[in-house]
Each structure stands twice: as C-alpha cells, then as structure tokens.
Design a protein around this ligand. Structure first.
Ligand code: AMP
Ligand code: GLY
Length: 415
C-alpha cells in the first residue's frame, strides 16, 4: 500500500478524537484533517472549520486537498447523504449511503427490516395518532418503551415504568412534537444487560470489533435521563465468545445480508445496541456509525492498524483485526445540566496532571486555555488487566481534572 495517505475525519466529538489518535499511529497516514474537530483533536490533526452538515463544503475541501480516504463520524452527515455525494464525485469514503443509514435514522425501517428477516428484537407497533397510541399502551404490560421515530440524539427514548410516564411521553412526542412532527414506536420492554457490538461492514462481509458496554443514564446507579452515554468499557466480561458468535449469526450477519438482498447494501459501521434477554442477544437499536463513547474504549485496544482495517473494509478485502486483552474504561465528564440545557465556556484545569489518555468530546482552546463547549466534554480513560483495575486507573485521573462546570458518574464499570 502506498504510504503518505491523507485522511479526513468528519466530526468533532470523542469518537473522532479516538479515530484521529488511532490513525496518527498508522505508518500509512501522513496527514489527518478533522472537520470541524475540537480543542483536543487539534493536537493530532489539522482542524478545519467546516460544519458536519455542509456536505458541499466538505466535498470541495476533500477534492482540493486530494484526500485519499474520508471517515464519517456523525449520523447527521450520513443522513444528509455525504457518502452518496462523495462516491458520485469518485472519492473514497467510509460510511453508509443515505438509504442504508436509514437503519439508524428510522426506527420503523429498522424494526420492519428485522421483522421481515426474523432478527430477534422486541415486539413493537408504530403510531402517529395519540389516542390510538395511548389505547395500545393501556391494553399492554408496563414497563413499556416509547421511542420517537427519527433522530433525537439519543434522547427520544422513554422507558416508562408507569402508565403516567408512558402517557406523558406520548403527549410530548405526538401532541407537543418535542422532536418535531413524527411517529412513535411502542416496544415491548426487554430486561437484561446491554452491550454494544460494532462491525465494520461491506455488503455481506463483516469485520467484527471488540465488544463494549456504555452507561446511558445521566446519574449514578442508572438514574436520571438517557444520554448519548456517560462512560464505557471494553471488553465486557458477561459477553463470552459464544454470545458474540451467536449475535453475529443471528443478528449482524442476517441484517447485512438482508440489506444486500433488499438492494440497500451497507458499507460502514453497523452498530448493534444489543441486550442479553434470557440468555439470547436481541436488538435494542442499530446505529449506522461508530458509537460514542464506545469507540473511545474499543480503538485503544486495537492492535492492528486502523487505516488498514478501514481501507480493507472499504475495498471488501480480507482483514482480521487483532485486539489487546487489557480492559479499557472511560469516564465521561459532562457539562452540568447535560443532557438538558447546560453551560458552556468553563475553563478546564488539571489536564496536564493526568497520566492516562483523555479524549476531548466538546472542548475548544482559546488563549491557551481549554474550555468546555459541549454537553459531553471529556472522556478520561483508564486501563488494567481487568475491569476493576481499569476503573481504578480512570478515576485516579478523573479527580485530577478541575472544572466547576463538569460532573461525572462515579460508577462506570460497575456491572
Ligand atoms: P435506544 O436509543 O433505542 O438505544 O434506547 C435507549 C435505551 O433505552 C437503551 O439503551 C435501553 O437502555 C433502553 N431501551 C430501549 N429499548 C428498550 C426495550 N425494548 N427494552 C428495554 N430497554 C430498552
Ligand atoms: N453510545 C451510543 C451511541 O453511540 O449512540
């Protein structure tokens, strides 16, 4: 393979920092650009201030810089058809087409696809009428899960433990249109531990990544609202090789095959948000991209070259990624108020005191100071021979970070 490749990573969060960090270790890569990037990423890549939604601007940049490979982080760019646009222009890009990205952007599409192909997931029905939705909920068991059918940045899901909570969620989504005009999917509540299984995919070909688990609720003991994820770790002790293979056989491979058979082949990262329900993996959701914060704990365990892996996936070539056995765990430090309204612009001190990696999720550097500018701000990693060691290592560094505007969970890694 020719050395000195130029890579463009699209996005500005922690998963992009993790990708840039991994790519910076590849001997194939001579230059990394990140659009728009963030304060931490700017130490390892040249950040270019093009928004992830400006597809034409990104295309123009990639052409003028002679980018060899573009890797897409956020779903927003995918849903706008960035992959279709780049491919049409003859540029190499890793991610699904707009049609294939529907597996994430439309929960109804994902559920119907699974139903057509017998992929194990929770029973469900879709509604756009409030009265009909409420009648359905009243007739069924509680807890029940109510999901807005569209992109809601991880916030459009309510696990209703009471009928009142379910009714409020339906009112919010269907009557008040909290996320815009749309429908809801009402799902059977599945009980069990969750895990994230990301596979790079090219049509029917799968390149499985290491398993991770994230913690979605905002506060300790899984209390509070759902977030994009407050911490993660990899590997996950309860996901044995047998369970991983079962998930591949019954979920990831059949879905990849189904998409080829239905004329919407998937290329990119197929992220299965899975739950181990009575010993069987079942699907909670699919994403069409690298998970955030899972990527931040999975990529540091990758022994292979990330550029080679992604390039192999884009080309559909053989590649078996190798993994380090150590556990990597990351604690998200988020802006107080997240996932609701939060403050920006707090100065972060102590970053020079930590010994582990810190991936930046929402920072900016101004006058030499690192400022918080996002909801999730930093992810502090830890590493060890097991989960307990990795947890201890991460929290030893979390307490060195001093910023009034941030909070974190203290129980990331507790099973
Ligand atoms: P989603 O955005 O679909 O991943 O849902 C966010 C979170 O809600 C998941 O990580 C689960 O914790 C929970 N959840 C979603 N669907 C279900 C379900 N059918 N049963 C139990 N919990 C669910
Ligand atoms: N951590 C879940 C996600 O990336 O959507």
């Amino acid at each position: 393979m020719k050395m000195s490749k130029k890579v463009l990573v699209i996005g500005g969060g922690g998963r992009c920092h993790a990708m840039v960090d991994s790519l910076s270790r590849s001997p194939h890569v001579s230059k990394i650009f990140c659009a728009p990037g963030n304060g931490g990423i700017s130490a390892q890549a040249e950040c270019v201030p093009i928004p992830v939604s400006d597809i034409d601007g990104l295309l123009e940049f990639a052409k003028s810089e002679g980018i060899d490979l573009t890797i897409v982080g956020p779903e927003a760019s995918l849903a706008l058809g960035i992959v279709d646009t780049f491919r049409k222009a003859g540029l190499k890009i890793f991610g699904p087409t707009k049609a294939a990205a529907k597996i994430e952007s439309s929960k109804e599409y994902a559920k119907d696809l699974m139903a057509r192909h017998g992929v194990p997931t929770a029973a469900y029905r879709t509604f756009d009428n409030f009265d009909e939705a409420l009648a359905y909920v009243k007739a069924g068991p509680i807890p029940v899960v109510i999901k807005y059918d569209g992109l809601a940045a991880g916030k459009g899901v309510v696990v209703a433990l009471t009928l009142k909570e379910a009714e409020d969620a339906l009112k919010d989504m269907l009557l008040n249109e909290a996320f815009g005009k749309g429908r809801v999917v009402i799902e059977e509540f599945l009980d069990g531990p969750e895990f994230s299984f990301m596979c790079l995919v090219n049509g029917r070909k799968l390149y499985p990544l290491a398993i991770a688990r994230d913690h979605k609720r905002a506060y300790n003991h899984d209390m509070g609202p759902n977030t994009g994820g407050m911490g993660a770790f990899s590997p996950v002790p309860f996901v044995t090789e047998e369970i991983k293979n079962r998930a591949l056989e019954t979920i990831l491979q059949p879905v990849a095959d189904a998409m080829v058979d239905e004329g919407v082949p998937f290329t990119g990262v197929l992220y299965g948000g899975l739950i181990l329900h009575k010993g069987e993996p079942k699907v909670i959701e699919f994403n069409a991209r690298f998970g955030d914060p899972e990527t931040e704990v999975v990529l540091p365990r990758l022994k292979s070259d990330l550029y080679e892996l992604i390039d192999a996936a884009v080309e559909g070539k053989e590649f078996n990624p190798e993994w380090r056995p150590e556990t990597v765990l990351g604690v998200v430090m988020a802006a107080k108020g997240y996932p609701g309204k939060y403050e920006k612009g707090h100065v972060i001190h102590g970053l020079d005191k930590v010994s582990n990696k810190v991936y930046h999720m929402g920072t900016s550097i101004r006058d030499g100071k690192t400022l918080s500018v996002g909801g999730r701000v930093l992810m502090v990693l830890g590493e060890g021979n097991d989960l307990a060691e990795a947890q201890k290592s991460a929290y030893t560094d979390v307490i060195k970070i001093d910023c009034d505007g941030l909070f974190n969970r203290n129980d990331i890694g507790n099973l």
